[in-house]
Design a protein around this ligand. Structure first.
Ligand code: ADP
Length: 376
């Protein structure tokens, strides 16, 4: 069984042709700079993806695709499991656009063009919020006027759920332990970044909230700030909502502080003595440690801490500094093992560390393809 997975963003469209049974990727790629001359829109982007597949010798018709899986960032309160796409679902996802203005509209564009180009296949939406739909109320609720929150559906939804679920399941499989028996902290550190606390297989907290802006310091997003900053900028600096939103999403985080959002380049700047890059890194690590400490307390007892995504899988210094000096809390990394580069799931804690620390590569496309097969 073969699934086409489409992850449609505002300026890029990622695609993968996946056989979930064998976990094999027949092809994958990314069409970038949507909106530019050669790729004017999402329709052109998906056609370009099909051209790339054909050029690579993949004939989609001959493959016998069983479904097309779409990553959709915000499912709101409505969608919490992979769902076959129909016109009503598209309308609902469009209604959720104000909750994810940067993410849901391009996902809808991707869905619409894919349904047009592949009309005979079932299309399935897999929601980034789904894994966290049942967070305990104490973790999901903002301490604001409750009637207003109810009316405007303001709660903590959480994101990267497909990755947190996949990685925590892989961690349990790696340790050969039942999923329900483990308390886990997952640190998804990519360009976007989020942490989750999972108690006996059930997510009990996560760092992203109403939108993917809350929580950890990210590549270009601020994560947690005092909401007073927004009113202050609006009132005093004369910035409008769009200015502030774009500043917090695109010009903040390690980019905003250190001039780079790619950690490889950030380290180069630090090595050449750039103080702002060093501060960006320090702020990033400080926030990460705060969340790890918070989730240790939320869980009470933690069996596993797992690093994943671009930074988590590749940046040994981030892993080392995030957990440095925590042996009193039962966390001890083997620095020699931590610094070995690998693409495989691996243990980086010492054999006698009470908490196991793992690095587990995430694979959202595979998880989406697996979800599609289950639905269809
Ligand atoms: P996205 O959130 O876009 O899916 P990824 O999970 O692919 O992001 O992570 C991308 C980020 O991973 C890059 O911006 C970079 O900071 C980081 N990264 C990738 N490779 C390395 C590496 N070898 N060392 C350190 N950081 C890396």
């Amino acid at each position: 069984m073969t699934v086409l997975v489409v992850n449609s963003g505002s300026s890029s469209l990622k695609y993968a042709v996946v056989q979930p049974g064998s976990r094999e990727f027949l092809a994958d790629g990314i069409i970038e700079e949507i909106g530019s001359g050669s790729v004017p829109d999402h329709d052109a982007a998906l056609r370009a993806a099909f051209d790339e597949l054909a050029a690579g010798g993949l004939d989609l018709d001959a493959l016998g695709l069983v479904a097309v899986g779409h990553r959709v960032v915000h499912g709101g309160k409505t969608f919490y499991r992979p769902t076959i796409i129909d016109d009503a679902l598209i309308a609902k996802v469009e209604e959720l656009a104000p909750l994810a203005p940067l993410h849901n509209p391009p996902a809808v564009l991707g869905i619409k063009v894919a349904r047009k180009l592949l009309p005979d296949l079932p299309h399935v939406a897999v929601f980034d919020t789904a894994f966290f739909h049942d967070l305990p109320a104490a973790a999901a609720t903002y301490a604001i006027d409750d009637e207003l929150a109810e009316e405007w559906k303001i709660r903590r939804y959480g994101f990267h759920g497909t990755s947190h679920e996949y990685v925590s399941q892989q961690a349990a499989a790696f340790l050969d332990r039942p999923y329900e028996s483990l308390n886990q902290i997952v640190l998804h550190l990519g360009n976007g970044a989020s942490a989750s606390a999972i108690a006996g297989g059930r997510p009990v907290d996560t760092s992203m909230g109403l939108t993917p802006m809350e929580g950890l310091v990210m590549g270009t997003r601020s994560g947690d700030i005092d909401p007073g900053i927004i009113m202050y900028l609006w009132r005093t600096a004369g910035m409008g909502v769009e200015d502030i939103e774009s500043m917090l999403n695109r010009r903040s985080g390690v980019l905003g502080l250190g001039g780079e959002n790619d950690f490889r380049k950030l380290h180069q700047r630090i090595d050449s003595g750039d103080e702002s890059a060093q501060l960006a890194y320090d702020v990033y690590i400080h926030r990460l440690r705060k969340y790890i400490g918070a989730y240790l307390a939320v869980l009470g007892h933690t069996d596993v801490i797992t690093f994943t995504a671009g930074v988590g899988e590749n940046d040994a210094a981030v892993r080392r500094d995030a957990l440095a000096g925590l042996s009193g809390l039962g966390i001890q990394i083997d620095e020699a093992v931590n610094s070995v580069r690998s693409k495989e799931a691996r243990r980086i804690s010492t054999p006698d560390s009470p908490t196991t620390v793992l690095v587990v590569p995430t694979n959202e496309e595979l998880a989406i393809a697996q979800a599609c097969v289950e639905v269809v």
